[in-house]
Design a protein around this ligand. Structure first.
Ligand SMILES: *Cc1c(COP(=O)(O)O)cnc(C)c1O
Length: 373
């Protein structure tokens, strides 16, 4: 009998081989492809719920009140949003369209944080009318526009300042957001002036301080560095009479794609909450906005091989999913596991897995040993 080696799947026990066939929660990938055709994304509800539950457990173990807000940009599929809404999560959005998806999925507007450097006046109006809990402000000009839009709507917009703590999260430059050269946040040295300006505007009310330093972060240290700077700012604002009801730590916790060893939500959150309590801010609400760590390991993209093509230089597997379906490899050479739906006892060759789009950036994986036919 020939023994087959199954690929190692780093993510979640809900996505695993049963004998030689890949299954998602006991349903075979092949049967899903036959029913729904390819390319198809498949998500495990149980995997999403388990990831969310880890944050809920970490929050419930702490005396500090934690508000969980799923970052919609990680995956805005309505069914995914619905799972989180049913667990009582709020949402972190960056557009009016994302707000509409959240509401359609049964999310509560009162648990929605509106982030993003490019909010339009129309989207602000939509969010004000829906009654979102907070706008995370990214610039003085945005403050002016929001105050005007709120005035026109006859409302007061609750705002947090998203500060840029200038820390290196040690992640890919395209997903680092907390360096002073990034477009995100308000520089620490400009934040006090901006906070004072909010006090002069009748249609905004400052209620929080936020930061988000990047994504796929695999250690706690950069968060602690950022947190200390955020707490310094909260301290100096409160000396000047502001009342800061919540501190938003953003998201960014990494996941395992290959050999990464990110902290668990508990190991990530516990030291941050302990620092907040130790510095005397334990009676504030702490907001967290995880995205990737909720959904990143909860799904698979099913794709079929259309053609195998060998040139003098390379073996290519041309598949029916492309960079338009999965942008990460093209955008920042991200590596993900490629696993056959059915493992075969045939000699493996090293393939570049490429899509049908007319761009050389249209690849999903490179030099993967696979037995294809
Ligand atoms: C992207 C983003 C998040 C979520 O980051 P993940 O790495 O997906 O956890 C949270 N908050 C803000 C403001 C973001 O831009």
């Amino acid at each position: 009998m020939k023994i087959l080696t199954l690929p190692t799947l780093p993510g979640n026990p809900q996505i695993a081989y049963i004998q030689t066939c890949l299954h998602i929660e006991q349903v075979s990938a092949t049967s899903i492809a036959e029913t729904f055709d390819t390319p198809t994304y498949v998500y495990s509800r149980a995997a999403i719920e388990q990831a969310a539950q880890q944050y809920m457990d970490a929050a419930s173990r702490s005396p500090v009140r934690v508000a969980l807000r799923y970052a919609v940009k990680a995956n805005s599929t309505l069914a995914v949003l619905q799972v989180l809404a049913r667990l009582g999560w709020g949402f972190d959005i960056v557009s009016g369209g994302e707000l509409q998806r959240v509401l359609a999925a049964g999310g509560e507007a009162g648990k929605v944080v509106f982030s993003g450097v490019g909010k339009t006046a129309a989207d602000m109006r939509l969010a004000l009318d829906a009654g979102v809990e907070c706008f995370n402000l990214e610039s003085p000009n945005e403050l002016t526009v929001l105050n005007r839009v709120a005035q026109e709507a006859g409302k007061v917009a609750r705002v947090a300042l998203r500060v840029n703590p200038d820390v290196d999260a040690g992640t890919h430059p395209y997903i680092s957001t907390g360096l002073k050269t990034n477009k995100f946040g308000i520089a620490q040295e400009q934040a006090v002036a901006l906070a004072l300006q909010t006090a002069l505007l009748p249609h905004v009310q400052l209620i929080g301080i936020a930061s988000h330093i990047g994504s796929q972060i695999t250690s706690v240290e950069p968060y602690l560095d950022a947190l200390d700077k955020v707490l310094d700012l909260v301290e100096s604002l409160e000396h000047k009479g502001a009342q800061i009801a919540h501190i938003d730590l953003g998201g960014g916790l990494g996941i395992r794609y290959n050999h990464e060893t990110p902290p668990t939500p508990q190991d990530w959150l516990a030291p941050l909450l302990a620092r907040i309590a130790a510095r005397g801010f334990g009676h504030r609400t702490v907001m967290v906005e995880p995205g990737r760590s909720i959904v990143g390991n909860a799904g698979v993209l099913l794709t079929r091989t259309l053609y195998l093509k060998s040139t003098p230089a390379k073996h290519f597997a041309v598949v029916d999913a492309g960079m338009n379906d999965l942008i990460r490899p093209a955008l920042y050479e991200a590596e993900q596991v490629v696993a056959p739906a059915e493992v075969r006892a045939a000699p493996a060759l090293k393939y570049d897995i490429v899509g049908p789009v007319c761009e050389s950036a249209d690849w999903l994986a490179r030099d993967r040993a696979l037995a294809l036919e």
